[in-house]
Design a protein. Structure first.
Ligand code: ADP
Length: 321
């Protein structure tokens, strides 16, 4: 292979830039030209791609977001769209593609592979919902951002005898909520998976009040069966002792400079992805298993969703006493 391309797709995650940089630098080292495709599959269909020089990827390691930008695109989900994508790659002399993104983006990479275009995926998603890998690029940074907020909220909660409801990201997967609950010292965590009721939350917070705690925190994943405002209103009506305040962390969780962990993960995965592609191992996702990178077929990783280890739900329960 003499020329490959890289894109970042789907929801952005801190560390995507570090991965792009690693792919570009590995290309230089292996004597392969690396093109950057702007705005994911949308840019692919528009033929929006150009050579990534070493200078272009310098100074991006520590930046959140993605310099290649990301976009969602419905056309690429259709067979016609995918054939058009393949044509655009051929027109530009590109022989292989590296897709950095979440579950949907990796399905796009699998579609390319199934059409005979060598493709390798790198998991990047703050939700940690990608099957086959212990973790994905962005998870560690997002979790640290959330913990920073939870720690601050606890400071102010303590000063006023307040209970905070903190809503974090996670539409289908409550990983961030559970981990924030354990590591941020929350009284209770609600996720799409665990079926905790509003009444159970009221009981848990009231119990903390009765035990003389000066603050209490409930962490709610956005994909929980009820939203933050509804829960806060419910708790107010219940008069549980604490004054209730709601904080929705929102998109701050996606931004920010990647942690050392995410930088290293992205850097290792980027270089590994280039080597997989050059070794002809197409249709693979770079997975992190234990302390190493291993290839996992995209057909497998996109067919399942990573579940939260039951141990974590258990830890959250034990540590909230
Ligand atoms: P994420 O990658 O973060 O899960 P999405 O699910 O929105 O985000 O997917 C990002 C993009 O990947 C979509 O806008 C679409 O262009 C492409 N994509 C998603 N699913 C498929 C699919 N089944 N086949 C081909 N392309 C897909």
């Amino acid at each position: 292979m003499k020329r490959i391309a890289v894109m970042t797709s789907g929801g952005d995650a801190p560390g995507m830039n570090a991965a792009v940089r690693a792919v570009a630098r590995a290309g230089l080292d292996r004597d392969v030209e690396v093109y950057g495709i702007r705005q994911a599959y949308q840019g692919l269909l528009a033929g929006d791609m150009a050579l990534l020089s070493s200078r272009e990827v310098s100074g991006i390691l520590q930046r959140g977001g993605t310099v290649l930008q990301t976009a969602r695109n419905e056309e690429f989900k259709t067979p016609q769209g995918q054939r058009k994508g393949k044509r655009r790659l051929n027109e530009n002399g590109i022989e292989g593609v590296i897709v950095i993104g979440g579950d949907g983006s990796l399905r796009g990479a699998l579609a390319l592979h199934n059409m005979g275009v060598p493709a390798v995926g790198i998991p990047a998603s703050i939700d940690n919902d990608i099957w086959g890998t212990d973790t994905s690029i962005g998870v560690d940074t997002a979790l640290n951002t959330i913990l920073d907020a939870v720690d601050r909220l606890r400071d102010t909660a303590t000063s006023h005898n307040r209970a905070f409801v903190v809503e974090v990201m996670g539409r289908d997967c409550g990983y961030l909520a559970v981990m924030a609950g354990i590591l941020g010292g929350a009284e209770i965590v609600v996720t799409p998976e665990n079926g905790v009721t509003m009444n159970e939350i009221a009981v848990s917070l009231e119990d903390a009040y009765i035990r003389g705690k000066t603050h209490a925190i409930a962490v709610l994943a956005e994909g929980a069966p009820y939203q933050g405002p509804e829960l806060a209103h419910y708790l107010e009506q219940k008069h549980i002792g604490f004054e209730i305040r709601l904080t929705i962390l929102g998109h701050t969780q996606r931004g920010g400079s990647p942690t050392a962990f995410d930088r290293l993960l992205a850097t290792r995965m980027g270089v590994y992805a280039v080597d997989l592609l050059l070794a002809g191992e197409t249709g693979m996702m770079v997975a992190r298993v234990g302390r190493e990178q291993v290839p996992v077929p995209l057909a497998e990783s996109t067919a399942k969703t990573r579940l939260i280890t039951p141990e974590y739900f258990n830890l959250a329960r034990i540590l909230s006493r």
